[in-house]
Design a protein around this ligand. Structure first.
Ligand SMILES: Nc1nc2c(ncn2[C@@H]2O[C@H](COP(=O)(O)OP(=O)(O)OP(=O)(O)O)[C@@H](O)[C@H]2O)c(=O)[nH]1
Ligand SMILES: [Mg+2]
Length: 479
């Protein structure tokens, strides 16, 4: 089978699903996509929008969220695959702790577990998606990964990193990413996470601005939809490629081995003009530049020391001599020399499509390091925290003085600050009338009666001028 390129004026519109993937009814790996939180739900929704030739959804999907408004706003996930977390309908307000509680709440955890099982029953793998930075997805995703692993299917996580410039989101993201990357991800059987896709929102947003300026983004498409669509489309295209016939192609099992090899996975894609003069040397260089520079969702990978498995696939013009068994060996030798980790596992293949002059190069690389932004997220967070603390300190230096210099005006009572748990219920009561459990009452002392001293009058400093007169009067009367 030759894949169709669509038309001969092939272009690589960033969010357009390649027509070979639109027309296919076959995929290598049937997987389910489950989104947690607003961003996670929208990523799952982008997968729900992928349909086969018979207009049937290709992937089963599920969205789990606290805030019901986010679930209602989804476009493609079936109503009965939208699960609200009872008791948290107003959202978790960027509190990962609340997100964790929402998922673990006794009213929710059994429902979530049952739904995961039901939705993924016919799948061979599960992707769990969440946007790191908020509350619901960030707080629950680690827990959801371990639960999903009990289905005994390979589990992958799709996590977005917040854009630069939001201290709270960066802190939330870092605290969720560190334990997932350190303790859950890995090829070892006791690790529940077998694949981690990082979507760096900063990179994708910058790419969006460039593509939009070049008129390559459909009218009205916002950057988040662009990010989610790009992700869903490249994963789907890769899932279709192993179903194409060729004398050298990797099969669905090779694809699964690379995708779920226990590393952080990156995807690259590049469209190359390949006319009759195209030779092995050019092919080698184009593949290298795709692997290193064509990454779609994140950037800054340490391929030299970090790669543990990889796959390269070429979509070549029909009847062309652009790639053959020999030229793949040239490419493979070069890749293994540059990136020695690929000696452990490198899958290669090519398959035909009916473009006359263009070749599409895809690569999947799995690494035991994160993309640069993830690897240095702590440094980024520290720098921003220092910056914000400096701004707060500056506030202390900007105190202003009143008219009387140092002494406060008499009509303003000195204010010592509220207790840590905020003001009491009334400004006039010593402790709140409702006996809040958080306020301690002042201890009652037994009343002590003090004896009242008799008043002491001062001794007159001058003798009574009338006293003498009185004495004289008395003695005259007695004479
Ligand atoms: N790539 C991508 N990022 C998103 C999307 N939606 C939100 N984000 C990012 O996700 C972060 C916020 O996470 P949300 O998913 O909105 O939060 P939540 O899990 O719903 O958590 P709460 O609303 O706090 O309960 C921010 O950094 C957003 O930029 C999306 O559709 N795609
Ligand atoms: Mg939300």
């Amino acid at each position: 089978m030759t894949f169709r390129a669509g038309n001969d004026h092939v272009s690589l519109l960033p969010v357009q699903l390649q027509s070979f993937a639109q027309q296919s009814t076959q995929i290598a790996l049937p997987w389910t996509v489950i989104g947690l939180g607003a961003g996670g739900g929208k990523i799952a929704d982008a997968f729900a929008n992928i349909r086969n030739r018979n207009n049937q959804p290709v992937y089963p999907t599920l969205a789990i969220n606290s805030y019901l408004g986010d679930l209602t706003a989804l476009n493609h996930i079936p109503e009965n695959h939208r699960l609200g977390l009872i008791g948290y309908e107003n959202g978790c307000g960027h509190s990962p702790y609340k997100g964790y509680q929402a998922l673990n709440d006794a009213r929710n955890k059994d429902r979530v577990w049952e739904k995961i099982n039901a939705v993924s029953a016919s799948s061979q793998a599960i992707w769990l998606a969440a946007s790191l930075g908020g509350g619901t997805g960030t707080g629950g995703i680690g827990e959801l990964i371990t639960w999903a692993a009990y289905t005994q299917k390979p589990i992958g996580a799709i996590l977005t990193l917040p854009r630069r410039g939001n201290l709270e989101e960066l802190g939330n993201a870092l605290d969720a990413l560190a334990p997932i990357y350190n303790d859950l991800l890995g090829p070892e059987p006791d690790r529940p996470l077998k694949s981690l896709i990082i979507v760096d929102n900063e990179k994708v947003y910058q790419d969006y601005l460039v593509d939009k300026a070049a008129g390559q983004v459909p009218d009205g498409m916002d950057w988040m939809t662009y990010a989610n669509t790009k992700l869903a489309h490249i994963l789907h295209e890769l899932n279709v490629i192993p179903t194409g016939a060729s004398d050298v192609n990797f099969d669905p099992e090779d694809f699964r081995k690379v995708l779920f090899s226990g590393g952080s996975v990156t995807f690259a894609k590049q469209l190359v003009r390949a006319d009759a003069t195209f030779g092995d040397h050019q092919l080698k260089n184009e593949v290298l530049s795709t692997v290193v520079g064509g990454n779609v969702l994140a950037s800054g990978f340490d391929f030299e020391t970090g790669v543990i498995a990889g796959a390269v696939c070429l979509m070549v013009p029909e009847n062309s001599r652009v790639a053959n068994v020999n030229s793949l060996e040239v490419v493979s030798d070069e890749l293994k020399t540059q990136f020695p980790g690929l000696r452990a596992c490198l899958q290669q293949g090519y398959t035909m499509w009916d473009s006359k002059n263009h070749m599409l190069i895809y690569s999947i690389m799995s690494l035991n390091t994160l993309p640069e932004r993830g690897q240095y997220l702590k440094v980024e967070h520290e720098a921003m925290r220092t910056e914000q603390e400096a701004l707060l300190n500056r506030r202390a230096m900007t105190r202003i003085e009143h008219t009387g210099g140092a002494s406060a005006p008499r009509h303003v009572a000195p204010f010592a600050g509220f207790p840590a748990n905020g003001p009491a219920v009334s400004p006039f009561s010593t402790f709140p009338a409702n006996n809040s459990p958080f306020m301690s009452k002042p201890e009652t002392q037994p009343m002590v009666y003090q004896p009242i001293e008799p008043p002491v009058y001062p001794t007159p400093s001058r003798p009574n001028p009338f006293a003498e007169l009185l004495i004289n009067k008395k003695s005259r009367m007695m004479e």
